[in-house]
Write a protein that binds this ligand. Structure first.
Ligand code: NAD
Ligand code: SER
Length: 322
């Protein structure tokens, strides 16, 4: 992807902040345009304010910066979406239509992140296969299924090169999650490192598919890098990483921090989590573009605790220095 120029929507978000930094390191700051509806978080490199509901603005940015690849991350996530379903539908669907139409007009390669939220309580719970009825039960999941099929439609009818993966819950230390049902798996680490007990909003035995950020970024770049004829799935690829329950994650943290404690106060997010699958069969991604996750719960936990502890130490030191 050496001559390409990249635009990232929703660049301030949990995944966007890390994706933008990775693209900047790999291709150079001038090749990457970060955009978001909110003021920039990453201080280095190119940034423009962009509302994905404004199609003209997307087209103008693509022309101005001669963009070839667009990573469309802007969205309202599952928990926030249930609080405001119409906004979630508006941003997730109409924002994506705008991106697809600009891509069709200006010949862009597009990345569309789908989610484990496409699956519902009628879906197979374990090792959920690639080709299966999805039955989403949140407005977020419905918007992702619709997005997957619009991706296929734009590819088949208009030749738009849109590629997609169904991310599991993403865990990261660089950035905070933005209103999802899997957010506990990041919040828990912040409590642990601060020496605080954690109250989890899901029950202790709720098993969900998860992935560490470095794997998520590798998958994103791999599917975008793959030759077009290797992409046999034009809806969205299942993507597997690890899976665990809040109890198992707490026990993993306790191996390094024996004093850490967790309690459980399930809220409305439990109902969402109960409809999702527990583990994912990603053999099609393995076959088509050699996908293999590198992190498991143990290596992810070690890396999260190390990096977050260093982060908190640095910010405490700079606070002390005034
Ligand atoms: P996030 O909520 O952290 O970030 C989303 C960003 O979109 C925010 O910075 C927000 O300001 C921006 N945004 C909202 N409305 C906008 C608009 N109208 N125009 C422009 N920007 C707008 O999300 P994330 O976790 O980084 O997720 C990125 C993508 O990956 C989303 O499409 C999400 O559905 C998908 N995904 C994420 C996860 C996860 O665990 N993080 C899992 C599955 C799928
Ligand atoms: N992590 C995301 C959420 O919980 C999954 O798409 O909404």
């Amino acid at each position: 992807m050496s001559k390409e120029r990249f635009l990232v929507t929703g660049a301030n978000g949990q995944i966007g902040t890390v994706l933008v930094t990775t693209l900047q390191q790999r291709f150079g700051h001038d090749q990457v345009l970060a955009t978001d509806i909110k003021a920039p978080i990453i201080k280095e490199g190119l940034f423009e304010p962009l509302d994905v509901l404004n199609k003209k603005q997307i087209g103008d940015m693509v022309r101005k910066y001669k963009i070839t690849h667009l990573f469309h991350l802007a969205a309202i996530l599952s928990a926030s979406g249930e609080q405001n379903p119409k906004l979630a539908w508006e941003v997730n669907m109409n924002g994506f239509f705008n991106v697809l139409d600009v891509a069709r007009e200006l010949d862009l390669r597009v990345f569309f992140p789908s989610s484990i939220a496409v699956f519902g309580s009628k879906s197979q719970k374990k090792e959920t296969p690639q080709h299966l009825s999805t039955y989403p039960e949140t407005v977020y999941g419905i918007s992702k299924v619709a997005g997957e099929y619009w991706s296929l439609y734009y590819h088949q009818k208009f030749g738009v090169d849109v590629r997609s993966v169904r991310y599991p819950g993403i865990i990261s230390y660089q950035s905070l999650p933005g209103g999802g049902t899997t957010d506990y798996a990041v919040d828990i680490f912040h409590s642990a490192v601060k020496g605080e007990a954690y109250t989890c909003f899901l029950k202790e035995n709720t098993r969900l598919p998860m992935m560490y950020m470095p794997d998520a970024i590798r998958a994103t770049l791999a599917v975008m890098d793959a030759p077009s004829d290797a992409i046999s799935v034009r809806t969205s690829y299942n993507l597997g990483g690890m899976n665990f329950t809040p109890l198992e994650l707490a026990e993993e943290i306790q191996k390094q921090m024996p004093g850490f404690s967790i309690s459980y106060q399930p809220d409305f997010r439990q109902e969402i989590a109960d409809t999702w699958t527990e583990s994912i069969d990603d053999s099609q991604a393995q076959l088509d573009w050699n996908w293999k996750a590198e992190y498991d719960i143990s290596s992810m936990t070690k890396d999260m605790l190390k990096n977050l502890s260093e982060q908190y130490e640095r910010s405490n030191k700079s606070a002390e220095m005034g």
